[in-house]
Design a protein around this ligand. Sequence first.
Ligand SMILES: [Zn+2]
Length: 396
Amino acid sequence: MGINRGRILRLLLHLLLVWLFTFRLAAQEVRVGLFDDQSPKTLVFHCVGGSYHAYGDSVFYREIKIGELVYISLMNGKLVLMDGELHFGAFDQLEIKEVASKSNFRLKLVDPAWDTRQYPGSLEINLFHGTIQIINKLPLDEYLAGVVETESGSTAGFEFYKAQAILCRSYAINNWGKHPGQNFNLCDNTHCQAYHGVSEGNPMIHDAVLASHGLVLADQSSSIVSAIFHSNSGGETQRATDVWNSGEEYLQAVLDPFSLGQRNAKWEKSISFAEWKEFLQRKCQSDISKLNDDQLLILQDHRKKHFILGNDSLRLADIRSELMLRSAFFSMERQGDMVLIRGKGYGHGVGMSQEGAMEMARQGFSASDILRFYFYNVQIVEIDDIPESELPEDFK
Ligand SMILES: [Zn+2]
């Protein structure tokens, strides 16, 4: 009997720890700055699921039921909230809190005009440097589902979405303090991660985020990795140090057959040969006019870091950005007065190729297989296994 009681106690303790752990992570809330780069002045809040309570300067003001709209605008240095019957109140700060979980609202930016987007969670609205600051407060996993859909669409497979969710969670935690002094953790555009609200396109995305709950990608020293990805590698990923001046050891080049044959695997662009010669002369220290025309053409069977021309060395990543090319992995062919650029892949080529990862998922590879294919010597771990010293100050 004594042994049984001991076992039962241990089991109860285990269940309690699991519950506490799950509760802590489930309760993890993220504050996302919406339209932070748009200097909002007027917006419309439309309750489309559940119900909300509006608080003005921390005092309950009114309920907003399903189907109801309220207008919020900046007038004479105050946030003015007006309903459909033209009742209004003026405040320094507003909170529109969800009453039941799973509440949803649509947000329409009127000034400046922007497409309507739908969000889960609550809303906080502050006066901030002469504009309206809009903050969406929601559970981390719901935010991640929105990010995964915005960053990768709604037609991929489950293991791909799990891999993408682990990367987006790793990115979010690593960049938790990217907006110091702004009341929010992350913004909703590509400065942080693109987040256009609730994920609705494919319920599998929610399931994949939940299935990867609390998981991040870490390197051998238990630091969360820089979760870098791009659209298509063109058949080879690029070492990070070949694109930027620094890079972590786990961001190595890998041969990537999974990206071949995908939508963004190839591209072409033509420019005039005269324009290309003029570009090279501008970038090179030495006189290129003495060189044979054929020497001026870039050829890459495999990805290179530089184009060497006489004594000059031009970084291909820089040529890509100046000529606004889809990738730095391309070769050139002279066609009369023109140069045909035949390129492979889309994006900087570092880290995970999204289209390659989608193909791996279709072929039956797991999220773990996918991440360990694109990142060298990494492991998937629980956030709780990351030492506190490796977590951003704000996230601890
Ligand atoms: Zn940002």
